[in-house]
Design a protein around this ligand. Structure first.
Ligand code: XIL
Length: 346
């Protein structure tokens, strides 16, 4: 029996025990692992793990997870010197049990900052607070989280310069470089990402991000990559845009990942097409780390009323979007395999 057949049979047995809907395919994780692709589901609020079906589908289909809000400042460190690790520890425990990678999402984000931080008025005091916060969080999870979103959403949503968020208002544009330097010192072996949205949509914002990041690289700021959120509303990125972003950041020596892919539309056919197109172009461009912002519409996050942006429905049935994603991964495998057959030296 081929390994993929064994996997389908085993998934069937597991599914029956929990009465989980069967996908009738190999898992996304199986297809991804064949080619060293990391496929993941972010936005994992640890409370969702209380649902055994959620936990079973998550660990069956995905190899990486990230917290949703639990690592954002006010959730983990609401008062000076006080840390509540309960939620993050639970996620880490689940990841270890299931041999999964866990991404540290949310070190600096515009939202979710506690009053004791928002009351700071001096750059030196903010630098000290960032240092002790990053050290506490990154040291605790140094053996569990190997990549971090150090700064999220540095730019205005539709472009137009750096967001005048709290950190910018106190420390100026240098807060970004400062955050990366603090993060590198706190965990020298971790990969450090800048997480940004809508650059696949707005050409002006795409250029601004490139200018910002190439400036950081030129200054020697320790940054390893760009995490594209890739929250899509109705319209797919223009073909070629993902590829050219990957090329330009690779030339700077940086990696590009997809951190939060989801597709917000009321049209499920269009949704599946967009998932398929983004997956295909991202894989062909050489992106090896792709995550979704959740996987079941039971726990969705959307700004489009009525949209169900994820690849499984509320009761864990795979949607057309799942099969489009799966086909992109499986086709990518067979292309690479056939290349290897015709060019064995590769
Ligand atoms: C979202 C969460 O999913 C929501 O629960 C919260 O109310 C707002 O933040 N990009 C990000 C994530 O980087 O942290 C955001 O998460 C979604 C957009």
């Amino acid at each position: 029996m081929r390994t993929s057949t064994v996997s389908v049979v085993l998934l069937g047995v597991l599914g029956e025990a929990l009465s989980l809907p069967c996908t009738g395919t190999t898992s996304l994780k199986y297809e991804a692992e064949q080619q060293g692709i990391l496929i993941g589901s972010g936005a994992t609020n640890p409370a969702y793990l209380n649902d055994p079906k959620f936990a079973a589908v998550l660990s069956r289909e995905f190899k990486s997870i990230s917290p949703e809000n639990e690592l954002k400042w006010t959730f983990v460190n609401p008062w000076e010197g006080y840390y509540n690790w309960t939620a993050l520890d639970r996620l880490v425990h689940f990841a270890h049990e299931h041999d999964m990678i866990i991404k540290g999402h949310g070190l600096i984000s515009g939202c979710c900052n506690p009053d004791y931080i928002l009351n700071i008025t001096e750059p030196e005091v903010l630098h000290a607070a960032l240092t002790s916060h990053f050290e506490a969080v990154m040291h605790r999870y140094a053996d569990s989280m190997d990549r971090w979103d150090v700064v999220s959403e540095a730019l205005e949503p539709m472009g137009g310069g750096l967001q005048a968020n709290f950190f910018y208002n106190i420390s100026g544009p240098g807060y970004i470089a400062d955050a990366f330097r603090i993060a590198r010192a706190a965990d020298p072996k971790a990969k450090l990402f800048l997480n940004e949205n809508l650059v696949e949509t707005y050409a002006n914002k795409r250029q601004e991000l490139y200018d910002l990041v190439s400036g950081l690289v030129a200054e020697g700021v320790p940054i390893d990559g760009i995490a594209l959120q890739m929250h899509i509303t109705e319209v797919a990125p223009e073909p070629g845009v993902i590829t050219s972003m990957v090329r330009s950041y690779n030339e700077l020596g940086l990696e590009v990942s997809i951190a939060e892919l989801d597709v917000h539309t009321l049209n499920s056919t269009l949704q599946a097409e967009i998932y398929g197109a983004v997956m295909r172009e991202s894989l062909a461009a050489g992106i090896t780390d792709i995550g979704f912002w959740g996987f079941t519409d039971k726990h969705l996050y959307t700004w489009l009323p009525g949209a169900k942006p994820l690849i499984f429905n509320e009761t864990y049935y795979p949607k057309a979007a799942y099969y489009a994603t799966h086909a992109a991964l499986a086709d990518f495998n067979s292309h690479v395999e056939s290349d290897l057959v015709s060019h064995p030296a590769l």
